[in-house]
Design a protein around this ligand. Structure first.
Ligand code: 5GP
Ligand code: 5GP
Ligand code: 5GP
Length: 218
């Protein structure tokens, strides 16, 4: 049973650039099911409160039921791949996201609906295509933060949160893109970005010079 205090106000929908995750972690591994496409992958769909805080691990005795999403498995592998080591099929990542975040929005989305909602949001947004249409490509070139912000804002109608990290040469690069989503998990909504997603200097996006390889340099 969910108590009122475990409810939430909206979601963050977070996508990650795989190469940049690899830089943060110093090491990363392809999933056992195959090398992911050169595309953003889903990191998570995270229930949040309007005050900036968020609930987590909302059930002591919930478990992730892989068979409940067996019909989504192909999309999960392509759109929500894990880059963590040791290599695995993604079940560990999905299970972690469900237990930490998904269990906190169970008043609205059951497990199947939760993962399906995230897959639908990724498709609806088409982030890689939005950037490509604006001439922004993962070609090792540098793009201004403003140009990325503008491309996404113009295409979706909503201002994204943009988090960066630093590549092996110390250059700032695009790591994660956040959009806010309504409580039903189906519609992007307006929200403000207090910078909490970007509260350590390594995650903030700075204009830089230099040239990182196969990533979105900023
Ligand atoms: P990091 O410290 O890498 O930014 O975040 C670690 C983890 O904390 C994230 O993967 C996510 O699970 C959680 N987290 C960080 N910021 C937020 C937030 O604003 N909302 C929610 N729901 N989770 C967050
Ligand atoms: P969150 O950041 O949502 O708390 O947790 C992310 C967790 O999932 C971390 O423990 C991380 O090691 C694991 N994980 C597995 N694969 C991935 C991946 O591809 N990206 C990210 N960000 N975390 C992953
Ligand atoms: P996880 O393995 O749970 O994704 O990450 C463990 C911790 O590593 C996170 O809670 C976060 O503090 C840190 N971490 C993960 N990714 C990043 C990143 O891009 N930048 C920074 N500064 N810390 C990160």
């Amino acid at each position: 049973v969910l108590s009122a205090s475990q409810d939430f106000d909206f979601f963050y929908f977070v996508q990650q650039w795989p190469g940049s995750y690899c830089d943060t972690k110093r090491s990363c591994c392809y999933p056992t099911t195959g090398k992911p496409a050169s595309d953003f992958g889903i990191h998570g769909l995270w229930p949040n409160y309007n005050d900036g805080s968020y609930p987590s691990n909302c059930r002591s005795s919930s478990s992730f039921n892989a068979s409940a999403i067996s019909d989504l498995i192909g999309k999960m592998r392509s759109d929500w791949p894990t880059l963590a080591c040791p290599s695995n099929d993604g079940t560990k990542f999905w299970s972690h996201e469900w237990l930490k975040h998904g269990t906190c929005s169970e008043s609205v989305l059951d497990e199947h609906s939760y993962f399906e909602a995230a897959l639908n949001l990724k498709k609806k947004m088409g982030l890689l295509q939005i950037l490509q249409n604006a001439g922004i490509q993962p070609d090792g070139g540098f793009y201004s933060l403003d140009s990325i912000n503008e491309a996404i804002s113009n295409a979706t109608g909503y201002t994204p949160g943009i988090a960066c990290n630093v590549d092996a040469s110390g250059n700032s690069q695009l790591y994660q893109i956040y959009l806010c989503v309504d409580k039903s998990g189906s519609k992007f909504i307006k929200c403000s970005w207090p910078g909490s997603y970007c509260d350590t200097s390594s995650e903030c996006c700075y204009p830089t010079t230099g040239k990182p390889a196969s990533s979105f340099g900023i």
